[in-house]
Design a protein around this ligand. Structure first.
Ligand SMILES: [Zn+2]
Ligand SMILES: [Zn+2]
Length: 373
């Protein structure tokens, strides 16, 4: 079997057998087996799911990371190797990322004698719920690693296209819940209560002014209210309305400013309406910040092996890889996958033609990164 076919077969096997974040048990078994069969050393970290392997010898260590989890989506792509686990789908292409890094592992094993150090291969669980990177770091997977690299496929770019950027790349992700507590009343006698529906409506509108009137228009920020719930019939004003949403930013100071404004608006409106608004805040993944030099290094190498390269736009999505980059330098890159449907879509179908070239790219990237100081 050709190298290319092997990687496509592995990708399809992973695709047919997707598992949700933190439940990647069979996926872990498969990846362990494939790596062991190719002669790679598995490192004995204690992990519920996920695999860490290594190739090469010496003190210097460069890490390559793939993610392995899938999403709670019913697949409608129509491909012959569609998910056999109904309601679960590799709709973010983590099956593709895994086969790319498996391919890089095989190539590095062939070049083991000439490597100027070790390459550690991280097959990370639970990317989608942003807990996997933390778990691997806690287990010790970044020990002695001087730089880390990883990829995401990019459905909007053609195969053969490569993009990255130095500095901030993927967004900081926060989630908020706002609980409006008013006073219920007969719908025909609203003056006897504090209508939380009218207040919640004002609140949604007021939150729009954060992006449009509080933050410099040249800085990136999204404030989205994504859920609003209250009341259960037509002739009663309810006691409570709950709103939920997300904030996306690329700078810590702006993130803090947005949170502060949301709290101020909530407090101010509540007092104006004689009601209460409780704010609950959840910090998600931090901004992914690529090391400038490693991003330039990754870009140059991509260009020299034949990729069409471009500087990425800022991403408003989050990516768990950001957590590694808080600890050690490295670069996260995008590689074109030319899917007519985007990430997290039930018909997402990345072009497998990217896999072999990306595997060759990552093997060379790790090999050359070992030679850099
Ligand atoms: Zn995803
Ligand atoms: Zn993803």
């Amino acid at each position: 079997m050709t190298f290319k076919q092997q990687l496509i077969d592995w990708r399809r096997e992973l695709h047919q057998n997707p598992e949700l974040s933190g439940q990647e048990v069979a996926t872990t078994t498969r990846i362990r087996h494939w790596l062991e069969s190719a002669g790679l050393r598995l490192l004995p970290y204690s992990l519920a799911t996920g695999v860490v392997a290594e190739v090469g010898h010496g003190d210097k260590v460069i890490a390559l990371r793939a993610d392995i989890d899938a999403l709670p989506i019913h697949e409608t792509s129509g491909v012959a190797f569609s998910s056999r686990n109904d309601g679960v789908m590799h709709a973010c292409g983590h099956d593709v990322h895994s086969s790319v890094i498996l391919g890089a592992a095989l190539l590095l094993k062939e070049r083991e004698a000439q490597l100027a150090g070790r390459v550690r291969l991280l097959f990370q669980p639970a990317e989608e719920n942003f807990t996997g990177a933390k778990a691997l770091i806690k287990a010790g997977a970044l020990e002695n690693v001087s730089a880390i690299f990883g990829m995401h496929n990019e459905p909007g770019l053609p195969v053969g296209t490569f993009a990255t950027r130095g500095g901030a790349f993927y967004a900081n992700v926060d989630r908020f819940v706002l609980r409006v507590k008013g006073k219920g009343a007969h719908a025909a006698r609203p003056h006897e209560g504090h209508d939380p529906i009218v207040l919640a409506s004002q609140l949604v509108i007021a939150l729009q002014t954060i992006a449009s009137r509080d933050i410099d228009t040249l800085d990136s920020v999204v404030v989205s209210v994504t859920r609003i719930q209250g009341g259960n019939t037509w002739n009663v004003l309810p006691e409570n309305v709950e709103l939920e949403g997300t904030v996306r930013t690329h700078r810590a100071d702006i993130q803090k400013q947005v949170e502060k404004r949301i709290r101020e608006i909530a407090t101010g409106l509540a007092s104006a309406f004689g009601a209460q608004i409780e704010v609950e805040w959840f910090n998600g993944p931090v901004t992914l910040i690529n090391d400038e030099q490693w991003a330039a290094f990754a870009m140059q190498l991509a260009q020299s092996v034949g990729y069409q390269t471009q500087t990425s736009q800022l991403h408003m999505g989050g990516e768990d890889f950001a957590v590694y980059l808080q600890t050690i330098p490295g670069a996260f890159v995008s590689i074109g996958s030319a899917s007519p449907y985007g990430l997290h879509h039930s018909a997402f179908n990345p072009d497998e033609a990217l896999i072999e070239d990306a595997a060759r790219y990552f093997a060379t990237l790790a090999e050359q990164a070992l030679l850099k100081n």
